[in-house]
Design a protein around this ligand. Sequence first.
Ligand SMILES: Nc1nc2c(ncn2[C@@H]2O[C@H](COP(=O)(O)OP(=O)(O)OP(=O)(O)O)[C@@H](O)[C@H]2O)c(=O)[nH]1
Ligand SMILES: [Mg+2]
Length: 362
Amino acid sequence: MGIFKNIKNLFKKEIETEKLEQENNKEEKIKQEVNINEEISKLEETESKEIEVQNDIKLYDKGLSKTRDNFVNKLINLNKRTKKITDEYFEELEDILIMADIGVNTVLSFIERLKKRVKTENITDLDYLQEVIVDELFVIYVNNSILTNKIKFNPTGPTVLLFVGVNGVGKTTTIAKVANKLKKEGKSVLMIAGDTFRAGATEQLEEWSRRVNCSFVKGKEGSDPSSVIYDGIKKAQEENIDVILVDTAGRLQNKVNLMKELEKMNKVINSLIEGAPQETLLIIDATTGQNGISQAKNFKEITDVTGIVLTKLDGTAKGGIVLAIKEELDIPVKYIGLGEGIDDLEPFDIEKYIYGLFKDMM
Ligand SMILES: Nc1nc2c(ncn2[C@@H]2O[C@H](COP(=O)(O)OP(=O)(O)OP(=O)(O)O)[C@@H](O)[C@H]2O)c(=O)[nH]1
Ligand SMILES: [Mg+2]
């Protein structure tokens, strides 16, 4: 009980554990009379880790403020107004959750479970019920799933990440953000401008490659994206690049064509690097709500989507879409976009997400 508090404690614990580990290390080191400079840098590392965790939380906090202001405040108000837990209460709760884009089926089964708990546990206290609600929302996400937001990397050669999704969802921007992250981790990155369809798409990606300072391969406008990808991978292999990020065109007017094109791309990629692409990341714009979910269903039918990047969470009051994705698609959300800036991308973490959403209720 009290995932609420557990999450809050978790962050405290994360920092404390880190400190403890460092302390243990410290003793060892002193015993071995290793020089003191190493100790200092270890401690500095702990400090920077602490700052990093706090910054991550801040970003979630900022990125989820619209959802929180809307959905969570409504929830708090409802609970304040309510004297007794009645059917009307559940109906209002249902509306609030549906408005937050959690998805009708998810909400209905959620309400069922909640009603059951209220009955069997004989819950009358609204504060307690509030905790139960957060718990149950958390359960939707965690249930029966291996929670992996980790990107799969190729241990023996370049890793290929293919980015797909409809027009304007944020594919190109996300590639730039991911490249920036990987560069900071010390990896070498090459971007391939596989969107040869839209005028200006190549230039947009090229500009990002300059800004994050990574390699870049393009073809002529209108050329076959698979041949651009071929050239890009060849270059990456010659230059011993760690990660290849492939941009693709976002049109989906014709499912058969898109499927054929993706098939061809996959074939080319796979013929050059065994097991590649390691990830096919589908980009979904969180502000499009249920429409985004149906896009995902379409893509799931035509290609093997291994992860989702949910962009523009900062621009929506309907952050509940994360839960709908879990329930309706069961594809892991790997990253979330929380703004337009190069640093506004975070690996998805359900605990930080729940904290960012419900911190006013804690
Ligand atoms: N607020 C916000 N805006 C975002 C985010 N991610 C992307 N955008 C904006 O969304 C717009 C479209 O982004 P692009 O990266 O060009 O999208 P795309 O999918 O490559 O678009 P096409 O190439 O036309 O298919 C840009 O104005 C981005 O700045 C985000 O997480 N938050
Ligand atoms: Mg683009």
